[in-house]
Every structure is written in C-alpha cells, then in structure tokens.
Design a binder for this molecule. Structure first.
Ligand SMILES: *Cc1c(COP(=O)(O)O)cnc(C)c1O
Length: 462
C-alpha cells in the first residue's frame, strides 16, 4: 500500500464510517458474549506474502463490527461514555496523517503550543482560576500516577528519585472508598503499597469525612508514618460520589499534604456553571484530572491534568539528557517532562476542533440534556412498583434495583443486556447488587433514554 492507495482507501473508510454510524441504532449495543469467537476466525500464522487490501478490508467488515461493543451507540448507558464527536474524529485523522511524535517542543512546535493553549481554554471553560497550567495524558490512570509520584517525592524532598524507597519512611496517601481503582494502582506501582492507601470513612452522602481525615493523618504521624497526599473524588465511578472539596483541601493544606482531584468523568460537566457547586473549592487543589474523552466528546485518548504549579511534577518526572536538549530556542515547554512516557501524541488538535465545531454552548447543551433526561428517567423508574432508585442521579448517573433482592435484580440485568436495545453495567453499593445507568452519549436523544422504560416493560417481572 502506498499513499495513492491510502487516499482511495481513506475514502472507502470514510464511506464505511458514515454507514456504520447511520446504522448504529439498529445494532445491539453490547457485543455478543461468545468468548474466543474472533480469535478462532483468525489464522494462527501471519502471511508471508502481501495480501490485497480488498481482502483485508472485506475481512474487517466480516469479522470486526459484529464482535464489537458499540461505544458510540446512542443507547450506551454503561460505564461512562467514551464520546468521539465527529469533529474530534476528523482531527484525529489529520493528526494520524502527520503521525508526529510530540515529545519535545522542537519535534512538533504546533502540538506543544496548541496543548498549552487548549489546557488554558479548558481551565477557563471549567471555571478554574487563572494560573492553572497543565498537560494532556493518555488516561486519568496515568495522570493520577503522575500526581501520586509527585506526592511521594515532595514528601521525601525528592530523595526517592535517587536513593529509592528501601530506607525511606512509610508514606501514606488518603482517599475514600468511592475513589477509582486507578488510585489503588498508583500507590501499588509508585512503591507506596496498597496498605498505605488509607481509605477514609465517608458520611451519609458518600463524601470523605474531613474530620476523620484529619484524625487519621494525626494518628499516622504519631505512629511514625509520613503522610504525603490526599486524592479527592469528584464523581466516583460506582455511584458518582463527590467529596466536600473545600473542607477536604483545608485539612490537607493544614497538614501540608499535596492534593489531587479525580474528576475524570464529572469534570466535563463543569463547563456548565450550575454544576460547579459540586466541586466548590477546587481552586485550592494542586492537581486536577478530567477526561475530555469521556463526556465532553474528544475521541479517546485525552485526559487533561491541571496543575496549580507544574514545578513539583516536572521535578519528579522530568529528565533532560543531552540528546533531548533543544539548542538555541531559549526556554521552551517540553511536555515529556510533565508526563510518564517520553513519546506523546498530538492530542490537542482534537480539542481545538471539538471546542470550535460545537462551541462551549453546544457542548453545555448536550450535558444539560443528559442530566435532565437522567433525572426524568430516574423518576419514572422510581415510580414503577417493585423498583427502587438506590442512588442519585449524581449529574447523569443513577443506580436502581428491584426491591425483591439481588437475585431478581441480577436476573433482570442479564435479560436487559442480552436484549441489546440498551447496555447497562452493575456495581455493588452498600452490599447490594445495583444496576448503574448513565446518560452521556454524544448523539443520544430523549427518546433513546426513554427506550429504557420500554425495555423494562418487556423484561421486568410483572
Ligand atoms: C474513568 C475513570 C478513571 C480512569 O480513567 P482512565 O482514563 O480510563 O484511566 C479514573 N477515575 C474516575 C472517577 C473515572 O471515572
């Protein structure tokens, strides 16, 4: 395949893309659960001779789409969304066409400078104060690991980087049980250890109890531990829990601990001023992560981390061997020094296309609709005999269950996902099996959301 062929096949791929999206509503949302089916249809050995693109493309159409879960389906209500607005997909195609490696300013000046400007645009869009800077990671997991390593090194006065941790004091990180498992992963791989992630008790609203946090920090200091940081949950993955940000940061500040706010999903909603009270006090955080690739519409992957002061993170992650020095350009931003990988994609381009093509107002309208439709649907489900809304809605996420108990709820859940019209996921909340439902697909309509009631009419026990 050469670039002339690429042009022709790109046109075919564009036609395929159009037809795929036009037909999404007719597909079951979730892939059929027949494990091993795709692998069994692929040859065991790679071809020695080149194969024609006609055959490869035909096999793609035959093998792949029917074995996919359709994340852009308008009735995808599972997990959280991974929206890819068409304008952001177009930008990804262009970024892919140039296929640049944006590790340093000089390896792609436009990529670095646009990243700086897009982070500033988004800070403004979310109502964060002037002065926050930041960078774009692949995922929130990576951003949270970067923040956790910064907590570690700041607490150790950057001695861990050189001496390692074997003789270091035992560090402590604090978070509630509502925080995402990426925090657990971060403390594990940062060498802090799962046992040193202290799960702070929550109150009746599932928010971390700031007084309990203060007491735990004091007790840990008395016992010889070295408290390093607090991870604050804004929109937890299970039920959308929010910590009380201002009060929690006040406790962390008083103890000189670094704070990282995980708003991976809910951060997008903060483009709407009416939702900002949910994270009031966020301006005091050291680090905030949110994923435009979830609710906002930027094609995966795109996770933005805001930093009140980037220096501690750069001091933790930045290395500048002589072969990476930029000679003759003065002081420039080299984003690889802010993040874990050296290599980085040009992710800012899709934000630039997305925000311009829909405008903040267009993006706000979608999120407002999702929240309103989620509330409407939750009310309708709560009114059905035998059903309970168990949490929320928190923004556009709520959970529900059958009053008859876990077995009945789980059986209904299985019937819903086998049916295919909608796709939901489950969680455990206060010991119960509950069904999660979030409204957030970029192209969903009120009718798509209300289809849930038809599905329940057809499948729920009478
Ligand atoms: C999705 C999510 C994450 C993990 O996001 P990735 O970008 O997939 O790593 C972390 N925290 C919360 C609250 C999330 O919703």
């Amino acid at each position: 395949m050469n670039h002339d062929d690429l042009r022709d096949w790109s046109k075919k791929a564009a036609d395929w893309t159009h037809a795929y999206h036009a037909g999404l509503r007719d597909r079951p949302v979730r892939a059929p659960l027949n494990h091993g089916a795709t692998a069994a249809r692929l040859p065991d050995t790679p071809p020695e001779a080149a194969e024609p693109m006609e055959a490869i493309f035909a096999d793609f159409e035959r093998l792949v789409p029917d074995a996919m879960t359709h994340w852009q389906h308008p009735r995808f209500f599972a997990y959280f969304p991974a929206n890819a607005a068409p304008a952001s997909m177009l930008a990804e195609q262009l970024a892919n066409s140039m296929a640049a490696q944006a590790m340093l300013w000089q390896t792609s000046p436009a990529a670095t400078e646009m990243e700086e400007v897009m982070v500033r645009w988004l800070a403004r869009a979310l109502g964060l104060p002037e002065g926050f800077r930041g960078t774009i990671h692949d995922t929130a997991t990576t951003a949270t690991l970067a923040a956790t390593l910064t907590m570690r090194e700041r607490a150790l006065d950057w001695a861990g980087l050189t001496r390692g941790l074997s003789a270091a004091p035992r560090l402590r990180i604090y978070a509630s049980a509502e925080t995402h498992s990426s925090i657990d992963k971060a403390v594990r791989v940062a060498g802090i250890g799962q046992e040193n992630l202290v799960k702070v008790p929550t109150d009746a609203a599932h928010a971390m109890d700031p007084a309990a946090l203060a007491a735990l920090i004091r007790a840990d200091r008395a016992a010889g531990y070295l408290p390093a940081g607090v991870v604050i949950c804004c929109g937890g993955t299970s039920i959308g829990a929010f910590d009380r940000v201002a009060e929690t940061i006040a406790v962390a500040r008083a103890e000189d601990l670094y704070t990282h706010v995980d708003a991976a999903w809910a951060g997008s909603a903060m483009i709407c001023p009416e939702f900002r009270p949910l994270w009031a006090g966020v301006e005091g955080a050291d680090s905030v992560v949110f994923n435009p690739h979830k609710w906002l519409g930027a094609q995966f992957d795109c996770s933005v981390q805001f930093l009140a002061d980037p220096v501690p993170q750069i001091r933790t992650l930045g290395l500048r061997p002589s072969f990476l020095e930029t000679l003759g350009a003065g002081e420039v931003t080299n984003f690889n020094e802010w993040t874990l990988p050296l290599g980085r994609r040009f992710r800012a381009l899709k934000l630039w296309f997305l925000i311009r093509a829909y405008g903040l107002d267009g993006l706000r309208q979608r999120i407002r609709n999702h929240v309103a439709w989620s509330e409407e649907l939750a009310r309708a489900i709560a009114a059905r005999p035998g059903f309970e809304v168990t949490t929320g809605p928190a923004l556009s996420l709520f959970t529900f269950a059958l009053s008859a108990g876990d077995a009945a709820t789980e059986a209904l859940f299985t019937r819903i996902n086998d049916d295919g019209r909608i796709y939901l996921t489950q969680t455990r909340h206060e010991g119960r099996f509950v069904i999660r439902l979030q409204v957030g697909s970029f192209d969903c309509t009120r009718e798509d959301v209300m289809t849930t009631l038809d599905v329940l009419d057809d499948l729920a026990p009478a």
